[in-house]
Design a protein around this ligand. Structure first.
Ligand code: HEM
Length: 411
């Protein structure tokens, strides 16, 4: 095969010796929603070659961890989706945190971490608790409700923009922005095209909210502008960091919270454990949801050099689909991976990534998930599914579209 042939914006490769060819499409609606290809990835061994996209894919825990942990051999600066920025222009200015490598990454990461430090998150926790209690109190007056809209979207799209300092948040714009970004990671399919078709007003709205004068002076965004005043980054970089947290900080937690409600509604015995000790079990329940459902299904890395992983030779320019969802279900790593068990040891799950790019918003995500699950467990006796859940296909996110629920209040 001509090595310079481009497929989905990256160099086509020949399948490495000894790697099985899997003639599947990880981006079919069935695979995105039912994740049926995970077992094929596990059986394939360390890697499978997917001819439709000319990529290597891995669903093995050890391999995904090794690739994510080695930012020198496997870079993010060439894009964390199918497109290789070394051969194709990024569809929008490259993220200065997610899509860059050290040493530049270390500079922006230091600033973003300051904005999301444990101290900042501790200060937000009381507000999250009150907001969650208020929301669940309102839901209890409603009877049947649609949990994706009424809880999973409602909570993060209120508390997170407030924490960032967005003055007049528009939940729809914020949620759509995340969906567009995550669909862009995939191939040039209908999901990606639909996102791009509706992108203009969303991008304009987002960019108009990221400037200093559009932000409150006490939010996370203001920390980035203070770093610019100190000369650590430029003011344009501060704007880009606000954009980055808005891109990564809403759809992900919406999905995590929605998936947690689905897990608890469909595993009443696990909900009993949570209800028995809401204070102690809310966080483990959220964490096991992250492992079990992996809200962010997969990200790519690009091989910066010819190298080898698990005995497989990988040529420079190879795009590697690191399937976090499959790695979190790898039977070689997890005992009974298909069992949702909020008492299990979830340490080391890969739902928040690993290595230098490990999720910078993880403390805030956990604080949000914990607040909502605790508020539910304190007031709700039983969670009932009142109809069939449906999943919403997205090229990177494993999210629910509809989750009809009823809460039966405690006496
Ligand atoms: C349950 C919710 C969340 C999940 C599952 C999640 C997942 C992830 C994953 C897997 C990565 C690693 C990406 C990579 O290595 O290429 C990541 C990075 C990142 N996340 Fe999250 N995330 C969540 C919540 C958040 C929140 C609330 C924020 C906002 C503050 C956020 C901001 C970011 C940023 C900016 C990065 C890039 C970090 C870097 O490149 O150094 N995430 N996230």
């Amino acid at each position: 095969m001509n090595q310079e042939t481009l497929i989905e914006g990256h160099k086509a490769i020949a399948p490495p010796e000894s790697v099985p060819v899997l003639d599947i499409d990880p981006y079919s609606d069935d695979n995105l929603t039912n994740r049926t290809y995970f077992s094929a990835l596990h059986e394939a061994g360390p890697f499978a070659f997917i001819p439709k996209y000319s990529v290597l894919a891995s669903g093995r825990y050890d391999v995904v961890k090794e690739v994510f942990s080695d930012h020198e051999r496997f870079v993010s600066s060439r894009g964390v989706g199918l497109s290789d920025f070394a051969v194709e222009e990024p569809w929008r200015p490259q993220s200065i945190i997610l899509e860059v490598d050290p040493p530049y990454h270390s500079k922006t990461r230091k600033v973003i971490l300051r904005g999301l430090s444990p101290k900042v998150v501790r200060a937000l926790k009381d507000d999250f608790k009150l907001d969650a209690e208020r929301l669940i109190g309102e839901i209890l007056t409603k009877g049947d409700f649609e949990a994706v809209v009424d809880i999973a979207e409602a909570f993060p799209s209120k508390v997170f923009p407030e924490a960032v300092g967005i003055k007049d948040p528009d939940p729809r714009m914020l949620i759509d922005f995340g969906a567009i970004q995550f669909n862009a990671i995939g191939p040039d399919n209908a999901l990606r095209a639909k996102g791009f078709a509706g992108m203009k007003p969303v991008m304009e709205w987002i960019l108009s909210r990221c400037s200093r004068d559009a932000l409150t002076p006490d939010g996370i965004g203001s920390v980035f502008y203070e770093a610019a005043d100190n000369g650590e980054i430029t003011h344009d970089e501060a704007t880009m960091l606000v954009r980055a947290v808005l891109a990564a900080g809403i759809d992900t937690t919406v999905t995590g919270i929605g998936n947690a409600l689905w897990c608890l509604a469909t595993h009443p015995e696990e909900y009993e454990k949570l209800k028995a000790d809401p204070e102690k079990m809310a966080l483990p329940a959220f964490e096991e949801t992250l492992r079990f459902t992996s809200p962010v299904q997969a990200f790519y890395r690009t091989a910066a050099i010819d190298t080898e992983v698990a005995g497989v030779k990988i040529v420079e320019g190879t795009k590697i689909l690191c399937c976090l969802g499959a790695a979190n279900m790898d039977p070689d790593h997890w005992d009974q991976p298909n069992r949702y068990d909020i008492s299990r040891q979830t340490a080391g799950h890969l739902a928040l990534g690993v290595g230098v790019h490990v999720c910078v918003g993880q403390n805030i995500a956990r604080a949000e998930g914990q607040a909502v699950l605790r508020a539910i467990a304190e007031r709700v006796e039983r969670i009932e599914l009142t109809g069939k859940e449906t999943w919403r296909p997205n090229n990177a996110i494993h999210a629910l579209d509809k989750l009809p629920l009823r809460f039966i209040a405690k006496e």
